[in-house]
Design a protein. Sequence first.
Lengths: 154, 735, 285
Amino acid sequence: MTTIQCTINGRAETIEAPPMKRLLDVLREDLHLTGAKEGCGEGECGACAVLINGDLVNSCLVPILQVEGARITTIEGIAINEQLHPIQQCFLTEGGAQCGICTPGMILATHHLLAKHPQPTLAQIQEGLNGNLCRCTGYMRIFHAVQQAAGAAK
Amino acid sequence: MWFGATVRSTIPRGRITSIAFDPSIPWHEFTIVTAADIPGENTIVHLAKDHPCLASTHVNHVEEPILLLAHPDKAVLPAAAAAVRITYEELPAIYTIEESEKKEQIIWGEGEHTNTFKTYLMQKDRQPIPEEIWQTADFIVEGEYRTGAQEQLYIENNGVIAEYNPETGVTVRGSMQCPYYLVHALELVFDLPAEKCRVIQTETGGAFGGKEDFPSVIGSHAALLAMKSGHPVKLCYDRGEDMAATTKRHPSRTRHRTAVSKDGKLLAGEIDFAIDGGAYMTLSPVVLSRGTIHAPGPYHWPYLTVRAKAVATNIPPHGAFRGFGAPQSIFALERHMDKIAKVVGLTPEELRRRNFLSTGDRTATGQILKDPVDMQQLLTRALEESNYHAKRVQFDRENPTSTIRRGIGFATFFHGAGFTGSGERRLNSLVAIELTPEGQPSILVSSTEFGQGTNTILCQVAAQTLRLAYDQVVIAQPDTRHVPNSGPTVASRTAMVVGKLVERAAQSLCSTLVAGDYLKHDYSPEEFRQGALNYLRQHGHLRAEARYESPGDIFWDDETYSGEAYPAYAWAAYVAEVAVDTTTYAATVTNFHAIQEVGKVLHPVLAAGQIEGGVAQGIGYALYEKCLWHNGHLANNQMTNYIMPTSADLPPIHVSFEEVPSPHGAFGAKGIGELPMDGPAPAILNAIEHATGIAFNEIPLIPEDIFERMTRTPDAGTEDLNPAVAGPIFSETIA
Amino acid sequence: MRSNVSQYELIAPGSLDAVLQILADSPDHYTPIAGGTELMVALGAGKLLPRKLISLWNLRELRFIETTPDALVLGAGATFTDIRKHHILAKEFSILAQAASWTGSIANQNRGTIGGNIVNASPAADSPPALLAYDATVTLVSTRGPRTMPYSDFHLAYKETALEPDEILHSITLLRNYEGYKTYIRKVGPRNAQAISKVALAGLALVADGVIQDIRLGAASLREYPARLAATEETLLHQPITLAAIATARGAILTEARPIDDIRSTAKYRATVAANLLEEFLRSL
C-alpha cells in the first residue's frame, strides 16, 4: 500500500491504495466519483478521461502512485458553483448526449481542446475528440455542441 | 456487496468430463454456483428452452457459462476463475451457414429441425412462381450477398446487481432494455411467481439490442449468486468478456434469383435468406421474420417466394441488434437492384422508379398500403439534396486520372414499426399514468431510456395531451414492482405504440378529472395542479391506464405469412458518397444524405440524432466492423482491434425528414430507431461499385478485400457481363 | 480489470541515479514504466507478468527536448505531446512530429513517451520509421555509464532490444542535417485515428536535377521490428527519378519487406501497400 496526496476538483485528498491501482478505480471505488467510466480498460474509448495538471489523460492507464502531487479534474469538477458549465449546457441543448456514457469524457476532452484552441476548426475538433468513442450520436451533434461552446466562450 | 465472475467454456463443442478446483485458491471464501444449484429450470427462456442458464454436461460454444463464482473482493476473482480446471471431450464444431446446412454435424434439434431454429416460406398470394415466368423473362439475374456479425459495442458493458431474499424473492438492477423479459427469465430459473421477481432498469449506457435478450443471462447468473451467497452480488463484464461472450448481429447469406422484363419491371423473385443464429435459438425466429418481410423491399413483386431459415452453429448465440434482420436482407436486395439495373441497361434510379410501391399498392405479404407513400418523390429529394447526378458525372470524368476513385450510390428501403403482425396483440402492452403527491402526472411504463429519447418523447406526448409544460410531467424509473408491462423497448415501437398508449392514458386521466369537476375543459397548467391535488385530497390516488388495442384492420396470418405485417412503415432513401484510395485500397464515406418519411417528428434534435447515430453504425457495419473468428473464438475482442469508426472517420451526415402522420402512432409518429441501420451498407457498396467498377457483395468490406479484387484483375473495369464468362452466379437469357 | 493490483509493486525513486542504482542492484527484478500506455493495458487484461515496476514518469533527467547547433536530443521521457509542441522539432524533423500526431489519441499522447514507444519494440510502432529515416542514435544508460549506438542497431529480433537488464533508454539524438530534404510519412491503419498501423513508411530524400542524392526509408510492420529499408534505398541512390526507377524500387521493397499475416492485416496487402507508398513518395519528388 502507498499513501499519496493530490488535489481532486480543488480538494486536497490523501489516498491509501496499492501503487498500481488505476486512477480510474481509485476515483470510482475509493472516492465515489463515478463520473469517469470504464468502457474498455485499454485507453481506446476515452470514457475514463480526466484532466491531470490540465492534460487530458485516460485514467484507466494511470497508476495511482504517478499522480502524487497532481491536480486532477474530473467531470464532477467541471460545473461552476452548481451551474452547468457552458460546455455541459451546449451538449444538452445540441443533442450532444444520447445515452450519456461517453459524455463525461467528451466534455473533459472538449474542455481540454478549447483551452488549447478557443476557436477550433472542425478538423481540430475532430482531432481533439478522436480519443473519445461515441456509439450513439455519430458525432455530428457533439461537434455542434463544441462549436456552440466555443462561441459561447467568446 | 459481493462480486461475481463467470467460468466459461474454452472449447466450441463437447462434453464436460471433469471440473476441478486448483487447491491454491481458498475456495471456502467463495460462493460457487453450478447448474445443480438452479432452483427452477436450467434455461434462459426466450422462444424456446434450448439455452441452458449454466452448462451441465455439454457445451455448444466457446464462452458458454459453466459455473459462477462470487467473493467479497473483486480483485481475487480473475485468478480464481482461471483456477477452475475443466476438461472436455471435444466434438467437431461448425461455424458457418454452409457447414450447418450440410448437417454432417448435428448440433441442435432433430428431424426436420436439425441445425435449424426456424424456417419461413413467404409467397405472395400463396402462389408459387409459375415456370413460364422463368422461361419467358427477358432477363434472369442471380446474386449472392453476405453480411458478417456485428458487435453492438455499447460503451457501457453489461452489468447487473442482484439481491435475494427467501421471503420476498429476487431483485435485479441493471443495464437493460426490457425489464419484463428478465422477470420472465427469473420466474423460470427460480420457480417463482412474477411478483417475486423484481427488476429495475438503471441508467443504461447504450444498448442497440445488445441488452434486449442478453440481460436474461447475466441477470439470472447474478441472482443465483445472490441466492447462494446470501449477499447482494454485482456482476459486470469487462470489454473483453462482453465482446467475446454476448450476442451479436446474425450473419447472413441471401441468394436472389429475379425475372425481369426488358423494360425493367420485376416479374418474379426467389429469395433464399439464411441467418446464422449461433448455438442457441434466442430470438432467431423473430430476426428471421423481420428479415424475411423486409427482403422484397419497397417494390412491387407480381410473384415472390422467400425461403428463409435460421441455422445453428457453435458460435456464442447471436441476438438482437438494431434492425434485427432487416439490415441483412435489405443489403442483399439493394445490391441486387443495382445489379439488375446494370444487366437490363437502366440506371439504378430508373430501375427503382419503375418498381416502387405506392399508395394503395399491395406489398409482398398482401398488405394494402393505405397510408400515403411516395417513394418517387423521396428518391427525387434524396438525389437532389446529395447532388447525385452531377456527382456521378463528375466522378466518372475525374476517376480515370486520379489515385482516389470516388463514387456515389443510394439505397431505397422501408422499415416496419412495431412488432410483426400479431406480435403487438400478444404483447398486450399496458401503460399507466398516476398522480404524484405533488399533483404531477407520472408516466409508468416498462419502456426504457438508453439514449434514444424514450423518457423525453413520452413526457412530451403526455404534456402535449394534457396541455401542460414539459417540466410538469415526470416518468418513473422502470421498476417492475411499480410499472406495468408496456412491452420491450425494441422494434422501433416506443414512439408509435407506447406513445399512443401514453396519449390515451393521459386523455383518460384528464377525463377523470374533468368529469369529476376537478378541472374545467380549458384549464391552465396551474389549474391542473390544483385540480389534481384536490382530487388526491378526496380520493387518495389517481391512476389511469391504457391497454393496447389492435387496429381493427390489421390482420396477420402466421401460418401463411401474409397480411398486414406492420401497422406502419417509415420510408427512406439514403445516398452515400465514397472515396476509394487506390494506394491503400481503403474506402471511406465522404458524405452522406439520409432522407426519410417518418410520420411525425416528435423531437427534431432527438430524431436527427437517431438517424445520425444509426448511419454511423451502418458505416461501421459496411466498412470497419469485422468479427474475426478463430475456431469459434472472437479473436478481436478488444476496442483496439474491433474497429469502430472514430470522429475522424465519419462524414457529415445530412438528415431530412418528411412527415405523413400515421393514424396509429402518438401524434402521427412512426418508429425510426432501426430505420437508419438498413440503408448505409448497400448505399455505400453501390457507391463503391460506381467508384471502382467492381461489384462487392459481402460486408464488412475491408481494404484487404478491395485489394484482393483490385489486384486480381488489374485490367478489369466493369464486371464482365458476358454470360459465358460470368459463371454460375449470374445468368442471362434473352427471350 | 483482470489483475489483482495488490500483487504488484511500483516504486518511484524520483531521480534517474536512484532508478539506475535500483536496476543495478536487482537487474531483471524491476520493470521500468513511464506513461503506462502499454503496461497498464496489459495490467487491465491480466497479462502484466512483471510484478515489480519502477516509475520513470516525469523524471526531469529523461523528460526533455534540447537543441544544440548540430543536434536535437529527445529525452526518452518526452511525451508525444511534448514532441508535437516543440517548434524546432516540428520544423526540422517534421515527419517525427507527424508520427507523434497519429500515435494514439490526444489523451494517450499526453502520457505516452517516445522511450516507451521504442523500448516496447512493437514492429508497428509509430515513431521508429521516422527515427530510422533520420538516422537517429540512441543513448542507453546504467550505473556503468552511457553508451550510444545507431538506432538501427537497437532492435535485435522480435521484441528483443539491445538493452541490458540494468539499462534504460536515456535519449535519442537527431542531427540537424536535413535542410533541403523532401519528406514523406504515411501510416496505413484500419481507420483514421487511434489505429495500430498495418504498414507505415517514412522517407527522406535529397534530390538535385531530378537525381536522388540521398534517400532514407524507414518502415513499420514490414519486418519483425522497425526496419530501415537499406536494400531498397540502394536501388534508388544516384538514380534519376524515372518510371523505370520507380518500378525497380517497387520490386526491391517487395523483396526486402517480409511482412506477416496477423489479426490486423495480411502479408500481401502490407507488401503491396508498402510499394504503393514508396511510389507515392517517389512521384512526389
